[in-house]
Every structure is written in C-alpha cells, then in structure tokens.
Design a binder for this molecule. Structure first.
Ligand SMILES: [Mn+2]
Length: 366
C-alpha cells in the first residue's frame, strides 16, 4: 500500500467533516462519469440535503444518456466549458467543503483542476482506487472496496439525519441506515456497485458488496428494473459502433492480447457518441486465451486541436493472482493509471500511431 491508500480520516470522521461543513458542500468526480461516479455524487448530495445541509454536484461531460435520465440527475448540474467557473451552482470561494469521489487523480478531473487547486485545504477525497495525486487535506480511500459507492454508503450510515431540533451541523450518529432508505440514494448506490462489479460478476465483489446490495434491495431498490433501464437501453448507433470495433479486432502476443480501435470516422459514420464505447472492451474477453484487452478510440478533435486517443485496458481475472496482468502498470508506461484489472491512458497522437505503440507494448509484456 502506498501513501494514497493510507486514509487521513476514517468513515465516521469523514461523515463528521461533511456534517460540520459551515456552508455549501460541492461534490465532484472524474470526467465522463460512470455509474459509480454518478451514483456516488448523487447519493452524497442527496444525503447532505436530507440532513438539512446545502450540497451541489457537478459532472464533467460526456454523461451517459442512461445516467442523465435517472431521477437523481436532477440533483446535479453538468459542467459547461463555455460558462467555466461562472457556470458552477455555487462560486468556489463560497464552498465550505469540496468532496471528490471515485478519483484522486488530476488527470481524471479535466477542467475541474483550476476549480479545486486553490481549495485543497478544504477538500475531501472519497475513493477506492489505488493511486492518485491530488494533495487534498483529507482522504478516505479503501482500495478493497468494489466501488466508491461502497465507501460513500458507509459514510452515509454515519451521516444520519440529526434530531429535528439539532440542525444540520449536529453530531453524526454511527450505524443509522436512515439515509439508505431514501429512494434516490438507494438507487444511486446500487447503480454504483452494480456498474463497477459488472453486475456482481467481477473479482472485486466482496461480502460487504453483497451485504450492501441486500440492504439496498430490502430498502426498496428495484434491481431488475434498474438492470433493464441501465443495461438494455442502447441505441442502434451503439451496435453500429460495436460492429466497427469488432472489425478492428486483432489478436497480438500469441493470442494473449486483443486490440481494437475506433477512428474519428467510425463515430461520424455511425452517428455514435464518444461515451457509447462503454462496454465494448469486454467483448474480446469472451475468447478464453485473451489475458489483456485494449480499446483505443479517437474522436474528432475540435478544429485546430491536437488529436486525442483514449486507451482503455482490461485484464482477465486469473485464479492465481500471479497470472493476472497488472494493466495499471501497462497504462502507467503510457502516462495513465487505474486498477490492476482496469486502467486507462490518453495520448495526443492519432489512434493508428497509438495502436502500433500499444501492440509493441503487449508483445513485449505478455
Ligand atoms: Mn469506481
């Protein structure tokens, strides 16, 4: 374990820090939020508001359409580059506490860096990643948690609503699940853990993950309905992009690696949006011999801007941990990072150039 995963606060103290914020709490997460990032932001904002505090959430787009359609989306706003800081729901100087969830890495927060950087003395990171470099004053990181939403759920259990006469800054009470019964909070947390565990299939699922899921279902979360709405609601454009990705599939390193890439033209010609690459990287993992999958995608840059290629890495779960390829290390050699089994990086080079680099990297490593 490194410094990042050494928390400066435990869950109760993090809840206390949030409860005692003497003004608005602004909850932020990584750009291009997934179900976990979205769920963690919404659940925290809803939790602080339910106990009488002021809280706001801001998401850096693209926000997947299925998430933007959830009831909790009404609690958060979307960052607009054109409006910049002026478009935030509360001016940064008036924010009493910034909470960053599901990341602690500058490379992940995009345009929020200049918002956060002057206020790191009142910033709390709540995360489950193994690395990060945002030097916030407070950090609650559990690298064993399947999702940031698992950690947020624990914080909310310590952030129970105060007695009616005590006011929003009242002391927190441990072990009170009142907030988890709020339908928006329950659904958001369930979405987060389901999305980061591939609906409870990945190796990151631990007993606590399933216990939280059970608690949320008991509290009324419609898990089957959520699955249909979140995972069975694609547009035809997405399947058109999927066929392009499969057409680009190539096995490398004797079949132990699989590389797919999408060019700007693939997005233009199919009409698919950049966020519709979600889940495509899992397809080659159906082939038994594949240990590592890489998906590269280059979307059309703004005119005059440098090309931007996004790299996603996945590593197959192996019974023997020594057989698991650590893709966070692979991504790090390309300036990125992430988890041992899911990582990413970005490069200002065209996708075909990056593809050659990644292929060489896999040939050398696998
Ligand atoms: Mn996560």
């Amino acid at each position: 374990m490194n410094d990042y995963t050494r928390s400066t606060l435990n869950r109760a103290a993090a809840a206390q820090r949030i409860a005692e914020a003497p003004g608005p709490v602004l909850v932020l997460t990584h750009a291009k939020p997934d179900g976990d990032a979205f769920g963690a932001v919404v659940a925290l904002v809803a939790g602080v508001r339910q106990r009488g505090g002021q809280a706001f959430g801001v998401l850096v787009p693209p926000v997947p359409a299925a998430l933007g359609a959830r009831p909790g989306a009404g609690l958060v706003s979307v960052w607009h580059d054109a409006a910049g800081v002026a478009g935030l729901p509360v001016p940064p100087d008036e924010v009493a506490l910034f909470v960053v969830v599901d990341t602690g890495a500058w490379s992940q927060v995009g345009p929020l860096r200049p918002v956060l950087e002057p206020h790191l003395d009142r910033t709390l990171i709540i995360d489950h990643h193994l690395s990060g470099d945002i030097p916030a004053s407070d950090r609650l990181v559990d690298g064993a948690a399947a999702a940031a939403c698992e950690v947020v759920a624990d914080v909310l259990v310590h952030l129970a609503p105060p007695a009616s006469d005590a006011g929003p800054g009242a002391p927190t009470r441990a072990g009170d699940p009142t907030l988890l019964a709020n339908p928006v909070i329950g659904e958001s947390l369930f979405m987060g853990i389901a999305s980061d565990t591939g609906w409870f299939r990945y190796a990151n699922v631990r007993p606590a993950t399933l216990e939280l899921a059970a608690t949320l279902i008991r509290a009324g979360v419609d898990h089957a309905g959520l699955y249909q709405e979140l995972e069975r609601a694609e547009r035809p454009e997405k399947l058109a992009l999927l066929t392009r990705a499969l057409k680009s599939l190539e096995y490398v390193a004797g079949g132990r690696g699989a590389v797919m890439s999408l060019r700007p033209a693939d997005f233009v010609q199919t009409g698919a949006a950049p966020e519709e690459t979600e889940g495509l990287i899992d397809l080659p993992q159906r082939v038994g011999a594949v240990r590592v999958t890489v998906l590269l995608s280059e979307t059309r840059p703004a005119s005059g801007a440098a090309p931007l290629t996004r790299m996603s890495f996945r590593s197959r779960h192996a019974a023997d941990p020594a057989d698991t390829v650590n893709v966070a290390e692979l991504a790090a050699t390309l300036g990125g990072g992430g988890h041992a089994r899911a990582a990413g990086a970005k490069a200002n080079r065209p996708v075909d150039v990056v593809r050659a680099e990644v292929t060489r990297l896999l040939e050398d490593t696998l």
